[in-house]
Design a protein around this ligand. Structure first.
Ligand code: ZN
Length: 251
Protein backbone atom coordinates (compact mmCIF):
# COMPACT_ATOMS: atom_id res chain seq x y z
CA UNK A 1 0.00 0.00 0.00
CA UNK A 2 1.37 3.43 -0.88
CA UNK A 3 0.69 6.71 0.83
CA UNK A 4 2.29 10.03 -0.01
CA UNK A 5 5.84 8.96 -0.67
CA UNK A 6 5.92 6.25 1.95
CA UNK A 7 5.13 2.60 2.35
CA UNK A 8 3.26 0.74 5.06
CA UNK A 9 4.79 -2.53 6.13
CA UNK A 10 3.26 -5.05 8.49
CA UNK A 11 5.15 -7.30 10.85
CA UNK A 12 4.59 -9.93 13.47
CA UNK A 13 6.83 -8.82 16.30
CA UNK A 14 7.51 -8.73 20.01
CA UNK A 15 7.60 -5.40 21.83
CA UNK A 16 10.94 -4.75 23.52
CA UNK A 17 11.06 -1.27 25.00
CA UNK A 18 9.05 1.91 24.83
CA UNK A 19 10.89 5.13 25.66
CA UNK A 20 8.75 8.26 26.14
CA UNK A 21 9.10 10.77 23.32
CA UNK A 22 7.65 14.16 22.47
CA UNK A 23 4.07 14.95 23.50
CA UNK A 24 3.07 11.69 25.07
CA UNK A 25 4.44 9.58 22.27
CA UNK A 26 7.07 6.87 22.51
CA UNK A 27 9.96 5.43 20.58
CA UNK A 28 9.27 1.71 20.61
CA UNK A 29 11.69 -1.06 19.76
CA UNK A 30 10.50 -4.43 18.48
CA UNK A 31 11.94 -7.80 17.63
CA UNK A 32 10.54 -8.91 14.29
CA UNK A 33 9.66 -12.50 13.46
CA UNK A 34 12.82 -12.56 11.36
CA UNK A 35 14.79 -11.66 14.47
CA UNK A 36 15.67 -8.13 13.51
CA UNK A 37 15.47 -5.15 15.86
CA UNK A 38 13.09 -2.49 14.57
CA UNK A 39 12.28 0.92 15.96
CA UNK A 40 9.40 3.27 15.39
CA UNK A 41 7.73 6.35 16.76
CA UNK A 42 4.27 5.88 18.18
CA UNK A 43 2.60 9.26 18.29
CA UNK A 44 0.96 10.29 21.51
CA UNK A 45 -2.78 10.08 21.79
CA UNK A 46 -4.79 12.53 23.85
CA UNK A 47 -6.62 9.87 25.80
CA UNK A 48 -4.66 6.63 25.69
CA UNK A 49 -7.00 3.67 25.95
CA UNK A 50 -6.06 0.58 27.95
CA UNK A 51 -5.78 -1.24 24.65
CA UNK A 52 -3.32 1.31 23.27
CA UNK A 53 -1.18 1.17 26.42
CA UNK A 54 -1.20 -2.66 26.55
CA UNK A 55 -0.04 -2.84 22.94
CA UNK A 56 3.34 -1.35 23.91
CA UNK A 57 4.06 -3.35 27.04
CA UNK A 58 7.36 -5.23 26.96
CA UNK A 59 7.23 -8.76 25.54
CA UNK A 60 3.75 -8.41 24.08
CA UNK A 61 3.40 -10.27 20.79
CA UNK A 62 1.90 -7.86 18.31
CA UNK A 63 0.96 -7.16 14.73
CA UNK A 64 2.61 -3.84 14.01
CA UNK A 65 2.53 -1.54 10.99
CA UNK A 66 5.28 0.92 10.16
CA UNK A 67 4.90 3.83 7.83
CA UNK A 68 7.79 5.71 6.35
CA UNK A 69 9.94 6.39 3.36
CA UNK A 70 12.34 3.64 2.42
CA UNK A 71 15.47 5.20 3.86
CA UNK A 72 14.04 7.15 6.73
CA UNK A 73 15.68 6.01 9.94
CA UNK A 74 12.76 6.31 12.31
CA UNK A 75 9.48 5.12 10.86
CA UNK A 76 6.08 5.79 12.30
CA UNK A 77 4.06 3.10 14.06
CA UNK A 78 0.59 3.41 12.56
CA UNK A 79 -0.98 0.35 14.14
CA UNK A 80 -0.04 -2.03 16.92
CA UNK A 81 -2.38 -4.82 17.99
CA UNK A 82 -1.68 -7.12 20.87
CA UNK A 83 -2.03 -10.79 19.93
CA UNK A 84 -0.61 -12.38 23.06
CA UNK A 85 0.61 -11.03 26.38
CA UNK A 86 2.85 -13.04 28.71
CA UNK A 87 1.83 -10.78 31.59
CA UNK A 88 0.29 -12.27 34.71
CA UNK A 89 -1.33 -9.39 36.59
CA UNK A 90 -0.10 -9.06 40.15
CA UNK A 91 2.86 -11.39 39.65
CA UNK A 92 5.81 -9.15 40.48
CA UNK A 93 8.63 -11.60 39.78
CA UNK A 94 7.28 -12.48 36.37
CA UNK A 95 6.85 -8.78 35.44
CA UNK A 96 10.41 -7.98 36.52
CA UNK A 97 11.80 -10.89 34.53
CA UNK A 98 9.83 -9.68 31.49
CA UNK A 99 11.60 -6.34 31.81
CA UNK A 100 14.98 -8.09 32.01
CA UNK A 101 14.24 -10.15 28.91
CA UNK A 102 13.14 -7.04 27.02
CA UNK A 103 16.37 -5.29 28.02
CA UNK A 104 18.54 -8.24 27.01
CA UNK A 105 16.97 -8.75 23.60
CA UNK A 106 16.93 -5.00 22.96
CA UNK A 107 20.70 -5.05 23.34
CA UNK A 108 21.40 -8.29 21.50
CA UNK A 109 19.14 -7.83 18.46
CA UNK A 110 20.46 -5.57 15.70
CA UNK A 111 18.91 -3.36 13.10
CA UNK A 112 19.49 -4.76 9.64
CA UNK A 113 20.59 -8.15 10.97
CA UNK A 114 18.16 -11.06 10.94
CA UNK A 115 18.51 -13.90 13.44
CA UNK A 116 15.24 -15.77 13.73
CA UNK A 117 16.59 -17.80 16.66
CA UNK A 118 16.15 -14.67 18.77
CA UNK A 119 12.44 -14.44 17.95
CA UNK A 120 11.89 -18.14 18.56
CA UNK A 121 13.70 -17.94 21.90
CA UNK A 122 11.87 -14.86 23.12
CA UNK A 123 8.43 -16.05 22.05
CA UNK A 124 9.05 -19.43 23.72
CA UNK A 125 10.08 -17.64 26.93
CA UNK A 126 6.98 -15.41 26.77
CA UNK A 127 4.67 -18.40 26.44
CA UNK A 128 6.50 -20.24 29.22
CA UNK A 129 6.16 -17.19 31.49
CA UNK A 130 2.44 -17.03 30.90
CA UNK A 131 2.02 -20.76 31.54
CA UNK A 132 4.22 -20.83 34.65
CA UNK A 133 4.97 -17.36 36.06
CA UNK A 134 6.33 -18.94 39.24
CA UNK A 135 9.29 -20.22 37.23
CA UNK A 136 10.22 -16.73 36.00
CA UNK A 137 13.79 -16.93 37.33
CA UNK A 138 14.31 -20.37 35.80
CA UNK A 139 13.08 -19.04 32.46
CA UNK A 140 15.42 -16.03 32.71
CA UNK A 141 18.42 -18.33 33.29
CA UNK A 142 17.30 -20.44 30.34
CA UNK A 143 17.11 -17.35 28.09
CA UNK A 144 20.53 -16.11 29.21
CA UNK A 145 22.08 -19.47 28.34
CA UNK A 146 20.60 -19.51 24.84
CA UNK A 147 21.41 -15.85 24.19
CA UNK A 148 25.07 -16.60 24.89
CA UNK A 149 24.78 -19.52 22.50
CA UNK A 150 23.21 -17.31 19.78
CA UNK A 151 26.03 -14.81 20.25
CA UNK A 152 28.57 -17.59 19.66
CA UNK A 153 29.95 -17.28 23.17
CA UNK A 154 28.91 -20.62 24.61
CA UNK A 155 30.85 -23.69 23.52
CA UNK A 156 29.20 -27.10 23.69
CA UNK A 157 29.72 -28.69 27.14
CA UNK A 158 29.85 -32.29 25.90
CA UNK A 159 33.62 -32.47 25.52
CA UNK A 160 36.43 -30.54 27.12
CA UNK A 161 37.53 -27.71 24.80
CA UNK A 162 41.18 -28.28 25.69
CA UNK A 163 41.66 -32.08 25.67
CA UNK A 164 38.41 -33.52 24.27
CA UNK A 165 37.69 -35.60 27.37
CA UNK A 166 33.93 -36.25 27.71
CA UNK A 167 33.95 -37.94 31.13
CA UNK A 168 35.98 -35.82 33.55
CA UNK A 169 34.01 -33.09 35.36
CA UNK A 170 34.15 -29.56 33.95
CA UNK A 171 36.19 -27.25 36.15
CA UNK A 172 36.12 -23.88 34.44
CA UNK A 173 35.00 -21.85 31.43
CA UNK A 174 37.98 -20.32 29.67
CA UNK A 175 37.51 -17.42 27.25
CA UNK A 176 40.04 -19.04 24.88
CA UNK A 177 39.14 -22.73 24.76
CA UNK A 178 35.73 -22.97 26.39
CA UNK A 179 34.83 -25.59 29.00
CA UNK A 180 37.88 -27.25 30.56
CA UNK A 181 37.88 -30.53 32.46
CA UNK A 182 39.61 -31.85 35.56
CA UNK A 183 41.77 -34.25 33.50
CA UNK A 184 43.76 -31.48 31.80
CA UNK A 185 43.25 -28.37 33.89
CA UNK A 186 44.44 -28.21 37.48
CA UNK A 187 42.16 -25.93 39.48
CA UNK A 188 41.95 -25.27 43.20
CA UNK A 189 38.97 -27.44 44.24
CA UNK A 190 37.43 -24.45 46.00
CA UNK A 191 37.35 -22.57 42.71
CA UNK A 192 36.38 -25.43 40.40
CA UNK A 193 32.86 -25.70 39.01
CA UNK A 194 30.72 -27.87 41.29
CA UNK A 195 29.95 -31.50 40.42
CA UNK A 196 26.91 -31.75 38.17
CA UNK A 197 27.76 -28.65 36.15
CA UNK A 198 27.83 -30.55 32.86
CA UNK A 199 24.48 -32.18 33.65
CA UNK A 200 22.91 -28.83 34.39
CA UNK A 201 24.23 -27.40 31.11
CA UNK A 202 22.88 -30.46 29.32
CA UNK A 203 19.48 -29.88 30.91
CA UNK A 204 19.42 -26.27 29.67
CA UNK A 205 20.38 -27.42 26.18
CA UNK A 206 17.91 -30.23 25.82
CA UNK A 207 14.78 -28.84 27.46
CA UNK A 208 12.31 -26.29 26.18
CA UNK A 209 11.58 -22.98 27.88
CA UNK A 210 8.39 -24.40 29.39
CA UNK A 211 10.42 -27.04 31.24
CA UNK A 212 13.34 -24.76 32.12
CA UNK A 213 14.94 -26.01 35.36
CA UNK A 214 13.34 -24.41 38.41
CA UNK A 215 15.61 -22.43 40.68
CA UNK A 216 16.70 -24.71 43.52
CA UNK A 217 18.81 -22.96 46.17
CA UNK A 218 20.29 -26.33 47.22
CA UNK A 219 21.55 -27.12 43.72
CA UNK A 220 25.08 -25.76 43.75
CA UNK A 221 25.84 -26.57 40.11
CA UNK A 222 22.76 -24.67 39.02
CA UNK A 223 23.59 -21.69 41.23
CA UNK A 224 27.21 -21.44 40.08
CA UNK A 225 26.56 -22.03 36.36
CA UNK A 226 23.64 -19.57 36.31
CA UNK A 227 25.78 -16.88 37.96
CA UNK A 228 28.69 -17.61 35.60
CA UNK A 229 26.60 -17.41 32.42
CA UNK A 230 24.74 -14.33 33.64
CA UNK A 231 27.98 -12.51 34.45
CA UNK A 232 29.42 -13.46 31.05
CA UNK A 233 26.34 -12.21 29.21
CA UNK A 234 26.06 -8.93 31.11
CA UNK A 235 29.78 -8.32 30.67
CA UNK A 236 29.40 -8.83 26.92
CA UNK A 237 26.48 -6.40 26.83
CA UNK A 238 28.45 -3.75 28.67
CA UNK A 239 26.54 -4.07 31.96
CA UNK A 240 24.29 -1.39 33.36
CA UNK A 241 20.97 -3.09 32.73
CA UNK A 242 18.56 -1.25 34.99
CA UNK A 243 15.98 -4.03 34.86
CA UNK A 244 18.45 -6.39 36.56
CA UNK A 245 19.14 -3.90 39.34
CA UNK A 246 15.40 -3.60 39.95
CA UNK A 247 15.01 -7.37 39.93
CA UNK A 248 17.73 -7.97 42.55
CA UNK A 249 16.45 -5.18 44.76
CA UNK A 250 12.92 -6.53 44.68
CA UNK A 251 13.59 -10.20 45.41
ZN1 ZN B 1 40.21 -31.54 29.46
Amino acid sequence: MRQTGGVIRNYTAIVLKAVPYAEGGAVVSFLSEQGERMCGVAKGVKKPTAKWVAAFEPLGMVRVSFFGKEHVELKRVTRCELAFSPLTLGHLESSLVMACLADLFDRVAREGVEDDRLYRLLSACGRALKADPDNALGILAYAEHWLLHCMGLLPHPRVCGRCGNDQAPLVLLSPEVGWCCAACTPVDPREALPPGSRDFLRQLRTQGAETAPRVDPDDEAQRVITALLRARLLQELGGGLRSYEVLWKSL
